[in-house]
Design a protein around this ligand. Structure first.
Ligand code: FA5
Length: 334
């Protein structure tokens, strides 16, 4: 190739690279590509004009222009890659700055009642109790009759009931307690039985700092040959030790529930006052007989506790109504 041809190739390369360096946006790069590398661009027309050169110069001039075309092509690819990388970092045309730190989404968490229930269930699962769940909309016979609370029994007044269907033969209600799960479990299973059953309960009652009309309970039931009141106490002391630690005082007191005999209530000390957290007792022989168990062979204990009350004692929550008021200032503390 003649000197002047090679000099003009060098000039062309310099001019092309300078203008490539000045191209910033994608559209400027595309313009550059069309101008230099396009089918009607500078290099194509130079290559076409090689045919007009003297025969002895054609070969070298063509090869030199092809090498230049390759170098410019590579330079263009690199520039395009750089431009797309920095476009990611810059504001985009629609005004979104994708380099700004993201907005952290509001992540939900477990409700404090749910957290408390899971912790309590784990304690009983560790002691060999299996978790079972049952219906919230319940038949009257499970909520009352089969628990030794016949119609007209005054004990029904202790739990003001929200009725779903009061007219049919099989009356339907929102369960007032988880104790129906005692009966449902024993109907399906022969002893030994060891279950815990968590879930919502409803009572038509006036609310105050320790009473809600909607709350959770966790029922417990153990039936086998030779189960005694000391098994009940031992189990509940172990529960209290794991949930409240060894220093917290707890109290057992006689109480009346139609489906146990004897019955107790269990309270925990809260700054010098006793807060009742559960009812418990030895399963009444009538309840055992009602599901076809031989009450001269099998005995059992049962308990029903309120996880919201337990969470109140655990976390010093002064009013049970916080649990279902859906106030994020309360809920986000857990
Ligand atoms: C019962 O519901 C019995 N079924 C418990 C039981 C089960 C006794 C098995 C014997 C054998 P009581 O109504 O006391 O009992 O409720 C038990 C616990 O549920 C209470 O100690 C309390 O922790 C919780 N609880 C009861 N009513 C409410 C309420 N309105 N608001 C919040 N928690 C409540």
């Amino acid at each position: 190739m003649s000197e002047s041809a090679s000099a003009s190739t060098q000039e062309l390369e310099r001019a092309a690279l300078d203008s490539l360096a000045a191209a910033e946006s994608e559209s400027e790069l595309e313009e550059w590509r069309i101008e230099y590398l396009g089918r009607r661009g500078v290099l194509s027309s130079r290559l076409r004009s090689v045919g007009a050169l003297p025969v002895e110069e054609r070969r070298e001039a063509g090869a030199s222009l092809n090498r230049l075309k390759n170098r410019l092509s590579n330079a263009f690819d690199e520039a395009a890659e750089r431009a797309s990388g920095s476009a990611d970092r810059r504001s985009t045309d629609d005004g979104i700055d994708i380099t700004l730190p993201g907005r952290r989404p509001n992540l939900g968490g477990l409700h404090p009642s749910e957290m408390m229930m899971r912790e309590i269930l784990e304690v009983f699962n560790d002691m060999g109790f299996q978790t079972v769940e049952g219906p919230i909309v319940e038949l009257e016979k499970y909520n009352f009759d089969m628990l030794n609370v016949p119609p007209d029994h005054p004990a029904r007044d202790l739990q003001d009931t929200l009725w779903i269907d009061r007219e049919s033969k099989d009356r339907v209600l929102l369960r007032t307690q988880t104790s129906p799960m005692q009966v449902r479990t024993m109907e399906k299973q022969r002893p030994p039985v060891r279950i815990v059953s968590p879930g919502l309960c409803f009572r038509h009652e006036a609310t105050d700092a320790t009473h809600e009309w909607q709350f959770h309970q966790i029922e417990g039931l153990a039936v086998d040959e030779g189960v005694t009141m000391s098994d009940l106490k031992g189990t509940l002391y172990e529960f209290a030790r794991r949930i409240f630690g060894t220093q917290r005082k707890i109290r057992f007191r006689c109480d009346y529930f139609p489906f146990v005999e004897p019955g107790v209530d269990v309270s925990v000390d809260w700054d010098g006052r006793w807060v009742e957290i559960m009812g418990a007792g030895m399963v009444h022989p009538k309840v055992l007989e009602g599901v076809g168990y031989d009450s001269s062979k099998y005995t059992g204990f049962a308990f029903g506790m309120g996880p919201e009350r337990i969470a109140m004692l655990r976390y010093n929550i002064e009013d049970i109504r916080h649990f279902f008021s859906n106030d994020l200032r309360f809920l986000s503390q857990f």
